[in-house]
Design a protein around this ligand. Structure first.
Ligand code: ADP
Ligand code: 5GP
Length: 206
């Protein structure tokens, strides 16, 4: 097919795409991502490193790399992180090893980060396409219900997460796509449609 294209035009396919999924805590990022991964073998998840305590249902190496403060310092010092941030007193960071090699091999990578991290990844000049997707709840009340129903935070931590959530919603205009997570299957279908469209995008090399 390539020989049919005029000069300067490429289609996606050889290079992977970074799909960054952000949105307030409890909106359903992990739920959406785990369904996406189970249905698309070309998608990989970028497992972040964090200093926060593991939740009972989380697995080291699948959900996060749970590391000590010293280990996180070392990741920063050795330049192993693409970006990192502090959220609620804990540090979270994206290891370069989770992202760059896979994109080079043509695999698409899904990243779950907070809003500032999404912007840092966009500005990092990865040399690969970066697509920013913001997941919103159908209502504020439903977000509060979900965050509470997960039962992983103290009331104080929960209030702080909701305060951060309010702030994060202000950054929606900086994203490429907005997906409402009302029903999980509908939100997953929305993100899958974005992924399909981005894979068929025409890249124009100036
Ligand atoms: P996040 O990763 O954004 O913090 P989670 O995926 O952990 O959010 O979801 C938070 C809670 O909301 C979980 O208990 C999850 O089962 C629930 N949840 C996620 N999506 C939906 C949905 N569409 N409808 C109802 N509950 C949902
Ligand atoms: P949680 O404690 O709920 O797993 O995550 C708290 C917040 O940190 C979420 O918004 C999540 O998306 C974000 N997060 C997780 N990993 C990373 C990361 O590697 N980098 C950044 N910037 N944020 C992350």
């Amino acid at each position: 097919m390539k020989e049919l294209l005029p000069p300067g035009v490429q289609v996606q396919g050889e290079m992977g795409i970074a799909f960054v999924i952000a949105g307030p805590s409890g909106v359903g990022k992990s739920s959406v991502i785990s369904t996406l991964l189970s249905r698309d073998p070309k998608l990989c998840f970028s497992v972040s490193a964090t200093t926060r305590v593991r939740r009972p249902d989380e697995i080291h190496g699948r959900d996060y790399y749970f590391v000590t403060e010293e280990e996180f310092d070392r990741l920063i010092a050795t330049g192993a992180l693409l970006e990192w941030t502090t959220y609620q007193g804990h540090r979270y960071g994206t290891p370069k090893s989770e992202v760059l090699g896979r994109l080079q091999r043509g695999l698409d990578v899904v990243l779950k980060v907070e809003v500032r991290g999404a912007q840092t990844i966009r500005r990092a000049g990865l040399g690969f396409p970066v697509v920013l997707i913001f997941l919103v709840p159908p209502s504020w009340e439903e977000l509060v219900r979900r965050v509470r129903s997960r039962g992983t935070e103290s009331e104080e931590a929960l209030a702080e997460r909701l305060r951060i959530a309010r702030e994060e919603l202000q950054h929606i205009p900086e994203f490429d796509y907005l997906v409402v997570n009302d029903e999980l299957s509908r939100a997953v279908a929305g993100v899958e449609a974005i992924i399909q469209a981005e894979r068929m995008k025409i890249l124009r090399c100036a």
